[in-house]
Design a binder for this molecule. Structure first.
Ligand SMILES: Cc1ncc(COP(=O)(O)O)c(C=O)c1O
Ligand SMILES: [Zn+2]
Length: 443
């Protein structure tokens, strides 16, 4: 089933407005509206709104006046990146994007991983190659540009680390001030220092991510501060460009499976929306199965799928080594359940041990260093294969969401320590010859 609406008509998007001087000038009309995914109510994009004011449900963005021919032509003239796809982004043509060169990340064919798993068509889309080292940049370039259109002087988010790192960078780039709320002691060092470096107001709370999000939502409701968590549908529009890039990078054969680590569940929902839009526009014939992966200690969406439930039961005290997906009450759960079910996909759970093993596998077999949450997609792939749920030649893309340097401590805690020897040739020779039993031998 396809769950997006695109209005394929061809009207002009500018209207004449009377200026104070009495002269008429042209005002560009937005290319989209907002719609509630629960009751269907429509909202004007001029409103600063994150959820439906009638029923409280999530909002999604629908485009007006889309011309497929125009899109195809202009996409070809631009390099692969988030802004290649600007006709399907909810930003005025006349607005200059706040950009650091996001998107256009590498899609790596993983031959050694394929051999190891007995598969033949595996890719990693490495989102760690984004400017601040995670997929969040796709959303923030759009979200912070939107904040500028709304003339906001503050942006804010709650974060397990990467959202904060990205928001603080894009806020710095645009000259808007940023406020971030994080769970104290639970954010990986690399991410924390990014926010500090970019000059964000970093507030650590004695509580978890879910509590931080509830707090910042309330702050943004009371003050004129723009909320840029994935609850904000504008951010998800940027993130959906990952689907557009996969189409362009794998043309003419788009993936059959896309495997995504799931925390607050915005990314999997956004990527699915991207594929649905491509299908509606006739730019792909089939949509892929969306396969989510959650850590065992933070898996409310996996449990809902398993129990065939239409709602999730939040996990009170989520726990996992993959701090980026240590989320017990994902706000985008409803969109994610739809993405998984409508695409014929599934949600797998993986243990911390499997995550760390997958991180090592990818680093040592393919030279791709990712943070633990990202490795969950590789751990999920491994599990699905061993459960017989994936055929050998299915074209599958694992999304690795964040760079390995984000969380150096996890490597120091779980990988062998570099050895120290005396500064003489015998000691060095001896060290080279000693066998490191933790190294995975090549296949
Ligand atoms: C590296 C990484 N992977 C995955 C996720 C989960 O993404 P989402 O919250 O959109 O499900 C996050 C979110 O913070 C992340 O930072
Ligand atoms: Zn509603």
């Amino acid at each position: 089933m396809n769950s997006v609406t695109l209005n394929l008509k061809g009207a002009s998007r500018s209207i004449l407005i009377a200026e104070e001087t009495g002269r008429l000038s042209e005002k560009e009309e937005p290319n989209h509206i907002l719609r509630c995914i629960g009751c269907g109510r429509e909202f004007d994009p001029e409103e600063v709104i994150y959820t439906c004011s009638s029923c409280g449900d999530l909002l999604t963005i629908e485009y007006l006046d889309i011309s497929v021919e125009e899109i195809k032509e202009s996409w070809q003239t631009r390099p692969i990146s988030v802004w290649r796809y600007r006709e399907l982004l909810p930003i005025l043509d006349s607005t200059e994007p706040v950009s650091l060169g996001e998107g256009g990340t590498g899609l790596h064919k993983c031959r050694r991983l394929e051999d190891h798993l007995g598969l033949s068509d595996i890719y990693v889309k490495n989102e760690g190659e984004n400017p601040t080292g995670s997929f969040k940049d796709r959303g923030m370039t759009v979200g912070v540009t939107r904040a500028l259109e709304l003339k906001m002087s503050y942006v804010a988010c709650a974060s397990t680390g990467n959202t904060a790192a990205s928001l603080s960078a894009y806020a710095a780039r645009s000259g808007i001030r940023s406020v971030i709320l994080i769970p104290a002691g639970k954010v990986a060092l690399g991410k924390l220092v990014q926010s500090v470096a970019h000059g964000a107001k970093v507030i650590q709370i004695r509580g978890n991510f879910d509590e931080a999000l509830n707090l910042i939502r309330e702050v943004c409701r009371r003050e004129r501060i723009y909320l840029l968590n994935s609850l904000n549908p504008y951010r998800l529009e940027g993130q959906k460009t990952l689907a557009f890039e996969l189409r362009d990078q794998l043309s003419p054969d788009p993936p059959e499976n896309v495997i995504v680590p799931v925390g607050n569940a915005g990314n999997i929902s956004a990527i699915w929306k991207g594929f649905c839009e491509l299908k509606t526009l006739g730019m792909i014939e089939e949509t892929p199965r969306m396969i989510g992966v959650q850590a065992e200690g933070a898996a409310p969406i996996a449990h809902a799928i398993e129990e065939n439930s239409d709602v999730i039961k939040p996990v009170k005290n989520p726990e996992t080594v993959a701090t980026a997906i240590r989320i017990g009450s994902p706000v985008n759960w409803k969109k994610a359940l739809r993405a998984v079910r409508d695409s014929g996909g599934m949600v797998e759970t993986v243990s911390d041990e499997e995550i760390l093993e997958a991180q090592k596998l990818l680093a040592r077999y393919e030279g791709i260093f990712v943070e633990p949450a990202s490795a969950a997609s590789i751990a999920g792939l491994k599990k699905i294969v061993s459960n017989g749920l994936l055929d050998r030649d299915e074209r599958t893309v694992c999304i690795t969401t964040g760079h390995g340097l984000k969380d150096p401590q996890v490597i120091l805690n779980n990988f062998p320590k570099p050895i120290i020897v005396d500064a003489d040739i015998e000691s060095v020779k001896h060290a080279i010859e000693s066998v490191d039993s933790t190294i995975i031998l090549p296949v």
